[in-house]
Design a protein around this ligand. Structure first.
Ligand SMILES: Cc1cc2nc3c(=O)[nH]c(=O)nc-3n(C[C@H](O)[C@H](O)[C@H](O)COP(=O)(O)OP(=O)(O)OC[C@H]3O[C@@H](n4cnc5c(N)ncnc54)[C@H](O)[C@@H]3O)c2cc1C
Length: 412
């Protein structure tokens, strides 16, 4: 069948949900177009490791054009969906040029954005950790802080402020960044910046009563104890009310000066999801049925972090998005033959997190693992889950390189 006669499938996004859909789909059956401002898939679970150079940026991404051949790709952002004409409106990601695309089936897998809870100053002064560019900015800023703090004219207080690395949000991403930062300081910065070591401080500010609240209590307590030993300060019940250029204000009026602030307090809906006139869940995700069909709209599907069932809201994780993508591939193929498929069932395989000093957590149904052996398991699990042989080889090389030569501290 020529492409002209195949159903037009348009997929928005190149994240976990879209990527697993595209990889699992019999693509020859569809005329497939992918629209996303990001021309690569990013393996986010290892993103915190790139912020300090444990891993290199390009080791955890896969260009969409190479990994999913036979598709049409536009580096653009979808701005609107016209369901009556079955068209989407897009703006080129590089120059903003608008264009329209027609679809028979549209899959919305645009993920989510960082939630700032409209706290003043966060957008302006905090750094986020969601995309590769964020990780690169953090890596540059860390070295920046050390070089600035080395300048001869500084006061003690200014030096302390520059070397105060603050993470807001004690979820897995915030904890993993703090852990990576701790390893970087301990393993790579002690000698080159020895006069600065007494000034360095890492702090996690968490609004709730504990860090890693989605993990089993035994594991979150273990992490709190480990962080005490690693001298990472954890301040629980410490909601932030304002962020300025170099200081945070807490609800109890404490002022916390910082050199670098990473904001990691959860996610919210993207601009596109907010603007669409469809039913939304409590957390403002698009509501779908158990086959990922947006309610009442023909040919429209939504999945991943931007979607939820009416009755269940799955956690915003890669394992959910991946399973959903694989399932939707089956649904789309079945739609060509009129076959019926049972509703989606999520299988939870557990959660993993790195907590520093070659230690990790594994919150699995049968085991609550922690420590060195779990760290080996953590590394093996992610090595298996990386999406290409190239990524797997590069990540192993990066780990070996870091072990032998340490992390690079150059600034350019
Ligand atoms: C630092 C970090 C660490 C994480 N660690 C883990 C972990 O260890 N385990 C785990 O299970 N989960 C983890 N997650 C969560 C996981 O990454 C997400 O749940 C998962 O990526 C969601 O998949 P998705 O496809 O819905 O969205 P994403 O993977 O975010 O993809 C969304 C895609 O949509 C594109 N897009 C956005 N707007 C538009 C638009 N208007 N038009 C077209 N395209 C658009 C984006 O560019 C992107 O390609 C982590 C997340 C982060 C940020």
């Amino acid at each position: 069948m020529s492409d002209l006669h195949k159903p037009k499938l348009v997929v928005l996004g190149t994240g976990f949900a879209a990527f697993s859909l595209l990889k699992s789909l019999k693509r020859s059956a569809f005329d497939t177009t992918v629209v996303s401002p990001r021309n690569h898939f990013l393996f986010t679970p290892l993103l915190p490791s790139t912020t300090v150079g444990t891993l290199e940026f390009r080791s955890i991404i896969e260009p969409i054009r190479k990994s999913v051949p036979g598709i049409r790709y536009f580096q653009a952002r979808c701005a609107d969906v016209d369901t009556s004409r079955k068209e989407i409106v897009c703006n080129g990601a590089l120059d903003g040029t608008p264009f329209r695309l027609q679809y028979d089936t549209l899959v919305i897998a645009v993920g989510a954005v960082n939630n700032t809870y409209n706290i003043p100053g966060v957008e302006q002064y905090a750094l986020f950790l969601k995309e590769l560019l964020d990780a690169r900015t953090i890596r540059e800023r860390v070295i920046d802080c050390f070089e600035r703090a080395s300048q001869p004219t500084l006061t003690e207080d200014r030096r302390k402020q520059l070397l105060h690395f603050v993470v807001v949000g004690g979820g897995p991403t915030g904890v993993e960044f703090a852990a990576e930062m701790h390893d970087f300081v301990k393993e790579d910065l002690q000698k080159p910046y020895s006069p600065l070591i007494p000034y360095i401080k890492i702090t996690i500010l968490e609004a709730g009563p504990s860090i890693l609240s989605t993990f089993d209590g035994v594991l979150s307590d273990y992490t709190a104890r480990l962080f005490r030993r690693q001298q990472i300060e954890v301040r629980t019940n410490s909601p932030v009310v304002q962020v300025a250029a170099e200081a945070i204000t807490l609800k109890n009026a404490d002022i916390v000066p910082f050199g670098l602030l990473v904001w990691s307090t959860g996610i919210g809906p993207t601009g596109l999801i907010q603007s669409l006139p469809f039913a939304r869940s409590k957390t403002l995700r698009l509501v779908t049925d158990e086959w990922f069909r947006v309610k009442g709209i023909d040919g429209l599907y939504a999945l991943g972090d931007c979607a939820a069932f009416e009755t269940i809201e799955f956690p915003a994780t890669s394992q959910v998005a991946q399973q959903e993508g694989r399932y939707l591939a089956k649904i789309l193929e079945a739609s060509l033959t009129g076959t019926t498929i049972a509703p989606f069932q999520y299988h939870h395989y557990g959660m993993l997190a790195y907590v520093g000093s070659n230690r990790a957590l594994a919150d699995l149904a049968t085991v609550k693992g922690r420590g060195l052996a779990t760290w080996i398991f953590w590394r093996s699990a992610y090595l298996t889950k990386l999406v290409s042989i190239k990524n797997k080889i590069l990540v192993v090389f990066d780990w070996a390189k870091t072990f032998v030569f340490g992390r690079d501290i150059s600034r350019f």
